[in-house]
Ligand binder design. Structure first.
Ligand code: NAD
Length: 372
């Protein structure tokens, strides 16, 4: 059983899908790990560190002979020549955004496993790349916003006068939003937050922030299915827009994280609402890669509208490459090791998780969400 770790090719991708720690753990399971030279450089992991952990370093054709290819993002099919027949591709495959690539994996006879489709069940929590990366993204978004903000976050009483506390508003209180609330609070901001799922109210309060919720129209009861939101009714959207209009003009920092699985991100902030904010305010749109929560946000750019900076980094976890790689790599290891069959010396998936994440098999695209 050979596991290959390729150098990521996507622009701005700094992460790597294995660390010396997971290389050692795979070796303990009996797998050999081949790492492409330079794969860890941007994440602060030298080739020598991988070699010391027992990996074989290769300059090119790293996937040749591999039974499993690990990636942060899906590897270019051109890099996969010579992989073992039916080899697994285990990565964040962006199945809807990178459909042609998924079709190519099928044509090559590979089994593509999309880690972002991991079901939200207790036993898969340690394999959940969306959670591990969203947590870091929520943290980093606040730091980047704080850096671009021309004022301080905490209230400071100095001999020269008082600096007022920044007001931060977090929209979407999932994994990223919760970490954004905690981080903004630690920096000393006054924090408020909103979501469509009523269960988040308690969580917002427990972090010492103020819940700002639509009251006139019912939102999603409790957690929502699998912790996920759905598209809201036009009535709810109108009520939410009114709520945001009345609240946002007083905010200095806004972090938006709202996502709906399999759909474009909901639009939460309009250009007219941005115009009511104080110049110098900062908005960080963590949903920019899914279409954006904020009108005018542009992927991988900081744009200014009405004196407000709108940050749209599409790959925020890549701004923390070392930690993001460490957690991502553990997610992959936790996944493969949980299914490791000692006799066969390789992982064997069960139906529940296998069917949830398997995109291609036997030359076909087999996932329900990608068919038809
Ligand atoms: P997500 O990334 O899909 O969405 C982020 C947040 O945006 C969610 O809280 C969602 O309700 C919110 N949102 C969507 N539309 C909105 C709108 N129009 N206005 C305001 N907010 C909107 O969600 P996530 O961060 O991946 O996780 C959501 C929940 O799932 C969390 O409560 C988390 O604890 C839970 N979860 C459970 C597991 C597990 O059990 N294995 C794993 C991960 C997450």
């Amino acid at each position: 059983m050979t596991i290959a770790v390729l150098r990521e090719r996507a622009i701005g991708e700094t992460r790597v899908a294995a660390t010396p720690e997971t290389v050692r753990k795979f070796a303990a399971l009996g797998a050999g790990v081949v790492v492409e030279a330079g794969a860890g450089t941007a994440a602060g992991i030298a080739d020598a560190d991988f070699a010391a952990a027992g990996a074989t370093l290769v300059e090119s054709a790293a996937a040749a002979g591999a039974d499993i290819v690990l990636g942060v993002q899906g590897p270019d099919p051109a890099l996969l020549s010579g992989v073992a027949p039916g080899a697994w591709i285990v990565a964040g495959l962006d199945p809807f955004g990178q459909r042609p690539r998924i079709d190519d994996y099928a044509t090559l006879g590979l089994e593509a496993l999309a880690m972002e489709f991991m079901p939200r069940i207790t036993r898969a929590q340690s394999m959940d790349i969306l959670s591990s990366q969203a947590n870091l993204a929520g943290y980093k978004a606040v730091l980047v916003a704080a850096n671009l903000y021309g004022r301080a976050f905490p209230m400071m009483m100095t001999a020269a006068g008082t600096v007022t506390a920044a007001k931060a508003f977090i929209m979407g209180v999932g994994v990223a939003g919760l970490q954004a609330i905690a981080t903004a609070r630690r920096l000393g901001a006054q924090v408020s937050a909103t979501d469509v799922r009523s269960a988040t109210k308690e969580q917002i309060l427990s972090l010492g922030a103020k819940p700002i919720f639509v009251e006139a129209v019912a939102g999603i009861e409790g957690e929502g299915a699998g912790g996920y939101a759905t598209e809201m009714s036009p009535e709810y959207q109108t009520a939410q827009a009114e709520l945001v209009s009345s609240h946002i003009a007083k905010q200095d920092i806004v972090i938006t994280t709202a996502l709906i699985p399999g759909r474009a991100a909901p639009r939460l902030i309009s250009d007219a609402q941005i115009a009511t904010m104080r110049p110098g305010s900062v908005i960080y749109d963590l949903a920019v890669a899914q279409g954006g929560n904020v009108e005018g946000s542009v992927a991988d750019q900081v744009v200014e509208r009405h004196g407000v900076k709108i940050v749209g980094y599409a790959n925020t976890p890549a701004l923390l490459p070392a930690d993001a790689s460490a957690l991502f790599s553990r997610n992959l290891y936790n996944f493969l090791s949980a299914f490791w069959d000692k006799e066969q010396g390789r992982p064997v998936l069960d139906e529940e998780i296998g069917n949830a994440i398997r995109l291609t098999q036997g030359g076909q695209v087999v996932h329900e969400r990608l068919k038809g």
